[in-house]
Design a protein around this ligand. Structure first.
Ligand code: DP6
Length: 354
């Protein structure tokens, strides 16, 4: 007789930070040097779908990521997540004798992104959020998204923010254990549902310097970074939360752009320097400035992660104006991938994974 297979499928969204996480104070536990804040994008457009299963017939913990097979035990980040979730399941099994002892079975996890081929987006946030939630649900853990975020954080820092919809903060915490370094929702999507993003793909290639190694070089060598984490980010986090609460797009936009600029300035201040932006990225910064100058107010805000692709925030009411201008740029200028897809316009969303 075939062995029973226990299974659970979830999906998780991408998030794009407006106050950037960059720097670890504890590499092992993946604890950040500063708090960060992001907006969660709609799963209709961008999501990772993950199925976790376990069975007596499985021989080892294995992950299939977009079709590539990986032994979970050879990845420190994946193993940490699995160990914590498995031991929580063991705890439940000890308390309740009627539960199947599935913590003793090997796991198979299949994960797939639905991102447009050339989205060029970092997928680790949605990936680790979906991984954590799929295994937690398979194990029937009665955990809140904030509790799950502590696990997802250890897979990839930005992943902890993908467990919530809307506007999300990752509070850096103070404890050495990392127990208080978790994500919390600042406001749900319904609070300010008019927010939109356009993703402009300057390059779909894998980034040259990974976030993990890039941020470690910055922590080790940048003096500007020291000032950023101590004197600038704490106030900016408060100001950004206020702007979101008051639906103040101009302040939201200014903080978003200056924080992206400062993050890239810290990369340049790293020794040897790290360059994530290219000429195409810098051209989009000018275009957004021109959009705002022509509108006579700030209606669009750019931000860039650890790569050259632009994410532009705007409100629904300015959608036609902002998108038409960005389309014209990608059609008429060199440097953009597949102009048919540029920009990809995405709504923001709540997390409703089933
Ligand atoms: C620039 O979350 O990918 O996108 O914790 O090492 O996996 P690790 O880093 P990761 O870094 C994301 C950096 C960023 C900013 C952000 O998302 O806040």
């Amino acid at each position: 007789m075939a062995e029973k297979v226990y299974q659970c499928t979830v999906s998780a969204p991408v998030n794009i930070a407006v106050i950037k996480y960059w720097g670890k104070r504890d590499v092992g536990l993946n604890l950040p040097t500063n708090s960060s804040l992001s907006v969660t994008l709609s799963q209709d457009d961008l999501r990772t779908v993950t199925t976790a299963s376990c069975s007596k017939s499985f021989e080892k913990d294995t992950l299939w990521l977009n079709g590539h097979v990986e032994d979970i035990s050879t990845s420190k980040r994946l193993s940490v997540c699995v160990e914590e979730l498995r031991s929580a399941r063991q705890g439940l099994e000890k308390e309740d004798d009627s539960l199947d002892k599935i913590s003793q079975l090997k796991l198979h996890v299949v994960s797939k992104n639905n991102f447009p081929t050339a989205a060029g987006l970092a997928s680790s946030a949605a990936g680790y959020a979906a991984f954590t939630e799929a295994v937690a649900r398979l194990y029937g853990l009665p955990w809140t998204p904030t509790q799950l975020s502590r696990i997802a954080r250890q897979g990839s820092g930005s992943a902890c923010r993908s467990l919530f919809g809307g506007y999300v903060a990752w509070e850096m915490g103070e404890l050495h254990s990392g127990a208080d370094s978790v994500a919390v929702q600042v406001e749900p999507v319904e609070h300010w549902p008019e927010m939109r993003v356009a993703i402009m793909v300057a390059s779909a290639a894998k980034k040259g310097v990974s976030s993990t190694s890039g941020m470690q070089s910055t922590v080790a060598s940048s003096t500007l970074f020291q000032k950023r984490v101590k004197n600038i980010v704490p106030e900016r986090m408060q100001a950004m939360k206020q702007a979101i609460r008051k639906h103040d797009f101009e302040t939201f936009a200014k903080l978003t752009m200056t924080d992206s600029n400062q993050f890239h300035a810290c990369c340049l201040d790293t020794f040897p320097p790290i360059f994530y932006l290219n000429d195409t990225s810098r051209a989009i910064i000018r275009v957004v400035e021109n959009i705002n100058a022509a509108a006579g107010k700030t209606v669009a805000a750019y931000t860039f992660d650890a790569g050259p692709n632009a994410v532009v925030y705007f409100l629904e009411e300015n959608s036609a104006y902002v998108l038409d201008t960005l389309y014209a740029v990608s059609r008429n200028a060199q440097g953009w991938e597949d102009s048919e897809r540029n920009p990809t316009s995405v709504k923001i969303d709540d997390v409703a994974s089933e």
